[in-house]
Design a protein around this ligand. Structure first.
Ligand SMILES: [Zn+2]
Length: 237
């Protein structure tokens, strides 16, 4: 991502969808769905309750997870949109009240980025003449059209990617006989997590081995922990 202005910390936190690209965000959402639902199913299966309880837990996990992802995303992206809106309003007022100061500010930004002063003045003047607010939004505030926040879209995307991920362990649990559910769900989930990890790494342009191994190790760890907790409660209750 391009450099963002230090004054505006909230843009750095941003939000996954616009900052790392929708495909990687979709992969992350699906990862969450797979891992949390598989862990739930494995945990309940390890408590050695019936198949019905396990499916109810898995389905409830899918719905609850999708809704909470959607709500969280909506809140986070809405507040980002509010902040961007407030920033743009203030910038518009500054441009109206102090155009010379704003031109100096923009020039200074370009000098700090490495342009020679004379060239920076020229760039700032031309961009100001072309679209002053656009230039300040982009180069001072770090708001581009691509990062313009869309809360509803982000919420729906999160819910959709999470639930499509969550559907995999749930379907695996449905298809498998009771005694094969835990190992089957773990295997199906790890295979899918591995594929998604490799895909995400490829899209991000990084090497594929390390991210894939990382997601597999942490995925296995999460399922092992919930299986352990399931065993513990299953034997106590
Ligand atoms: Zn400005």
């Amino acid at each position: 991502m391009t450099s963002h202005h230090l004054r505006h910390h909230h843009h750095h936190e941003g939000h996954a969808l616009e900052r790392i690209g929708w495909l990687r965000a979709a992969v992350l959402g699906a990862n969450d769905g797979i891992l949390s639902t598989a862990s739930l199913i494995v945990g309940v299966a390890s408590a050695s309750t019936g198949a019905r309880e396990m499916m109810v837990a898995g389905a409830a996990g899918l719905v609850a997870g999708s809704l909470s992802m959607a709500a969280g995303e909506y809140v986070s992206v809405s507040s980002q949109a509010d902040l961007e809106h407030a920033d743009l309003t203030r910038e518009r007022n500054e441009l109206r009240d102090d155009p010379d100061g704003e031109l100096k500010e923009l020039t200074h930004i370009y000098i700090k980025r490495g342009l020679e002063p004379a060239l920076a003045v020229e760039v700032a003047e031309q961009l100001t003449a072309h679209d002053a607010l656009g230039a300040h939004a982009r180069d001072e505030l770090g708001i581009s059209e691509i990062t313009a926040a869309r809360p509803v879209q982000a919420a729906l995307t999160s819910a959709a990617t999470f639930s499509s991920g969550a559907a995999i362990p749930l379907l695996a649990a449905l298809a498998l006989p009771q005694n094969a559910v835990a190992p089957g769900v773990v295997a199906a989930s790890l295979i899918l997590l591995g594929i998604l990890g490799a895909l995400g790494a490829r899209v991000g342009g990084a090497g594929m081995l390390r991210p894939t191994l990382r997601v597999l190790v942490w995925g296995a760890f999460a399922m092992a922990v919930t299986a352990g907790v399931g065993h513990l409660f299953g034997s106590v209750v």
